[in-house]
Design a protein around this ligand. Sequence first.
Ligand SMILES: NC(=O)c1ccc[n+]([C@@H]2O[C@H](COP(=O)([O-])OP(=O)(O)OC[C@H]3O[C@@H](n4cnc5c(N)ncnc54)[C@H](OP(=O)(O)O)[C@@H]3O)[C@@H](O)[C@H]2O)c1
Length: 321
Amino acid sequence: MGWAPRRQRLRLISLVTPAPAPITLFGASSPSGQALIDLAGERPLVVAGRRPPLPPAGGGEAPPFLPCDLQDASGPDQAPTGLLVSFAPIWSFAPWLAGWAAKDPAGVAALQGVIACSSSSVITKRFAANGFDRDLVQRLRRAEDLLTQICTAHARPLRILAPTLIYGQAGPLGDRNLSQLRQWLRRLPLLPLPAQGGLRQPIHCRQLAAVALHLADHLSQAGFDPSQPVHVPLGGDDTLPYATMLRRLQDATEPGDAARRCRLVALPPRLFQTLASPLLLLSPKTFEAVLRMSADLAGFTPAHRILGGAPQAFPVLPLVP
Ligand SMILES: NC(=O)c1ccc[n+]([C@@H]2O[C@H](COP(=O)([O-])OP(=O)(O)OC[C@H]3O[C@@H](n4cnc5c(N)ncnc54)[C@H](OP(=O)(O)O)[C@@H]3O)[C@@H](O)[C@H]2O)c1
């Protein structure tokens, strides 16, 4: 008896471990999509979208491309297979999947699962006072319901990721939220903030991509299980007050960077809101966004709890330069 030789053991392990499910990726030209391409390694991956994908940041060939406009009701020439992962707007992806399911129910029933990105706004902007944000919540919710209906009807496993504040850079693609805040820090000598600012839980695009890949592996093995929760509100591993988030962004810049010179000035919340009040006439949406700086937009599942491993402190690198 005794131990089998190492090569034989490895062959046995590879026979026992199922091969990763092939993925069809939508929204590959978002930072999270590019991060997924970078993390995919040897996994079979096809990119569906309006533009051909970029190669992985670490080198190698770009994945195969399936031209597909989610606004085009006629669907792609070739049916997507394996597991669908989408970082495209869910309000475009869900009706497109519904159209395809109506035309090709067997194609949808053959999928190994669906992972689609929604947004934590579906929770945090639920009671917004301005029409723009209320419409956004309606669009997100309708799309989430539609995806749930399609996947339940075809007994396909589904996870809807609802991430908060996505930041970071993957290859040449970067976020347009924290990177813009950092541009403000570079331009302004001081930035007024409400004292006792609200909590934030930003998630790096690479963490989001890693969670999607992890769930893809899990779903392809677990199959359809209606007892499992579909909705996954998701954040980074650090929860921090707004001002601390900005200070950490300053500290993450190069030593001579202009962003470091901007002074963060904490104002009493009532004074801060009074100073911001003219915005209410110009743009109620922006005014509400300023008010939200004092709200706690946190408490989502931290990425490391799904991925295992140690929590990653904010900011995870790389950031947009
Ligand atoms: N940014 C955030 O902080 C944040 C927060 C919460 C949730 N989310 C969600 O997370 C996901 C990624 O967000 P992001 O801001 O990083 O994305 P993004 O940069 O705006 O990219 C959106 C992606 O969707 C693709 N897309 C859009 N319309 C399409 C269509 N008609 N057909 C095919 N592809 C289409 C785009 O492809 P093209 O290159 O062809 O345009 C792009 O790859 C989205 O689902 C977003 O709603 C974002």
